[in-house]
Design a protein around this ligand. Structure first.
Ligand SMILES: Cc1cc2nc3c(=O)[nH]c(=O)nc-3n(C[C@H](O)[C@H](O)[C@H](O)COP(=O)(O)OP(=O)(O)OC[C@H]3O[C@@H](n4cnc5c(N)ncnc54)[C@H](O)[C@@H]3O)c2cc1C
Length: 457
């Protein structure tokens, strides 16, 4: 009989895991709590505007492109415009373009001579890898405080809405941790490893940052279409228990699916939901998962008439270092990055407020947050008029923070998997938070499931 697998959660992690397992010939049932799948991926079409409330883009990688090729989405890819390569960082009262590449870092006026010297010396700084080091300590040690303040801190805000003093280097940026270990230096590591993860030449035409012509939702819709008979939405998994012969029984709020038995289970729900579902199996893991901090984040989208913006919007957007003491984390110039995000006479901007830095702002009213976004943008970009519209979306628990001590989470997941074979995880709290990480992780998880089923049944 065909082996049956239950996947709990229909975000990108769950959808991709279900897709790979179905492809391997297993029977899958993906259960999603909400009316629609997608989780954090939420694209809204409002007239001729296209708004991304969650991820705006995904980084090009071999496994991503292979997946898109396989499911027929290659022609739907939207490349980022060349101009968007420029990334601005606020310094003083000016937005300054962040240099790209080591050579440009040395030439720029953006950094002091002292920091430039530190960059030049980095390849010769002896490796002192420490598994319990924060991202900020790592960069301070190798490049100095100015790089922490003006390059690392805004970069970390852009990915995690997090605090680099608290994020664990090993878990939040495993590649940097590994490069230092292997090459003794970040710069030497990037040079030495430049041929790894190479993309096939035929896919080089795609930009490093990409989306889809109709937004990130395209990827979700395609996977949902391919799994149309295997998805049950509006259904919440409330419990999982062990059944006979190493199988699993799930409880849901729906008669059809509740008490069904599966040969394997994959949790693809956020950590706070996963914590509840593993409680009866392993209290320690449940506690560790529930304690992962997800800072709140507000997304304010604003549309301005082009003639009302005094700044030349020739970039991806800007990020704000903490030391600049502003009330926003940064803003993406969404309609500059990708085509068809706004009618030609408008700019669409996506501004982030809150995160670890200003979590308290999450509770402010819509009106206050709209004003705040406008005032900050006005101050930096010189706006002649108010936006033609603004919209808001609140993420009460946005992105899991891989903070110092995260080995507790990862170690307890690994020992849980040993104790409970056939019970697996694929979610943004496990092997990386980006959409690309989740897609890659789904490949590993589907391999783990099929290994288990092959060996045990
Ligand atoms: C505002 C924002 C901007 C971001 N920007 C980017 C970006 O530009 N690029 C990038 O790569 N990444 C970005 N990310 C991160 C990335 O989007 C997420 O980490 C990723 O989408 C998480 O996918 P997931 O499937 O693991 O989890 P989720 O998307 O959280 O999906 C989990 C699903 O599980 C369901 N669920 C929960 N409990 C149950 C239950 N008991 N039973 C059934 N279903 C359940 C939920 O309803 C949800 O649909 C961003 C995230 C946010 C919040």
């Amino acid at each position: 009989m065909t082996k049956q697998i239950c996947i709990v959660g229909g975000g990108i992690s769950g959808l991709c895991t279900a897709y790979h397992l179905k492809k391997k010939g297993y029977g899958v049932l993906l259960i999603e709590k909400n009316k629609n799948c997608g989780g954090n991926i939420q694209t809204e079409k409002d007239g001729d505007f296209l708004i991304e409330w969650g991820p705006n883009s995904v980084l090009r990688s071999p496994h991503l492109i292979e997946l898109l090729d396989e499911i027929g989405l290659i022609n739907e890819i939207a490349n980022a415009n060349l101009t968007s390569k420029k990334r601005y960082v606020l310094r003083g009262s000016n937005l300054q373009a962040l240099p790209t590449g080591v050579a440009n870092f040395i030439r720029t006026d953006f950094l002091s001579n002292q920091t430039k010297l530190k960059i030049l010396r980095e390849p010769f700084v002896k490796s002192k890898s420490n598994e319990k080091e924060s991202v900020a300590d790592f960069f301070r040690r190798r490049f100095g405080q100015e790089i922490v303040d003006y390059a690392l801190d805004p970069f970390v805000s852009g990915i995690y809405a997090g605090n680099p003093e608290k994020l664990s280097l090993k878990y939040a940026f495993p590649r940097l941790f590994e490069l230092e270990k292997r090459f003794g230096s970040v710069i030497k590591g990037f040079i030495g490893a430049r041929n790894e993860n190479k993309i096939a030449p035929k896919f080089k035409k795609f930009s490093r940052t990409l989306s889809f012509k109709h937004g990130m939702r395209t990827l979700v819709e395609k996977l949902v279409e391919l799994l149309r008979n295997e998805i049950k939405t509006n259904t919440e998994v409330s419990g999982i228990s062990k059944s006979e012969n190493g199988r699993f029984q799930i409880q849901t709020n729906d008669e059809q699916t509740s008490n069904r038995i599966f040969d394997a289970v994959v949790i693809a729900a956020p950590s706070y939901a996963a914590g509840r579902l593993v409680e009866d199996f392993d209290r320690e893991l449940a506690e560790n998962l529930k304690q992962i901090y997800h800072p709140p984040l507000v997304v304010v989208v604003s549309a301005f008439r082009r003639e009302d913006v005094n700044f030349d919007l020739d970039g991806f957007g800007f990020l704000v270092p903490k030391v600049e003491k502003r009330r926003i984390l940064g803003s993406l110039w969404s309609s500059v990055i990708f085509e068809n995000r706004a009618p030609a006479e408008f700019y669409l901007m996506t501004t982030f407020i809150g995160g670890v830095r200003n979590a308290e702002l999450f509770d402010e009213s819509d009106e206050i947050l709209f004003n705040l976004a406008f005032e900050e943008l006005n101050d930096l970009l010189g706006l002649k008029n108010k936006p033609v519209f603004q919209k808001i979306r609140r993420w009460e628990r946005a992105i899991p923070q891989y903070n110092l001590g995260y080995e507790k989470v990862v170690d307890s997941i690994e020992s849980f998997k040993m104790e409970n074979p056939g019970f697996l995880f694929c979610s943004n709290f496990y092997r990386g938070v980006s959409v690309g990480d989740c897609i890659k992780s789904s490949l590993t998880t589907s391999e783990e499931v099929s290994d288990y089923l092959r060996k045990n049944f």
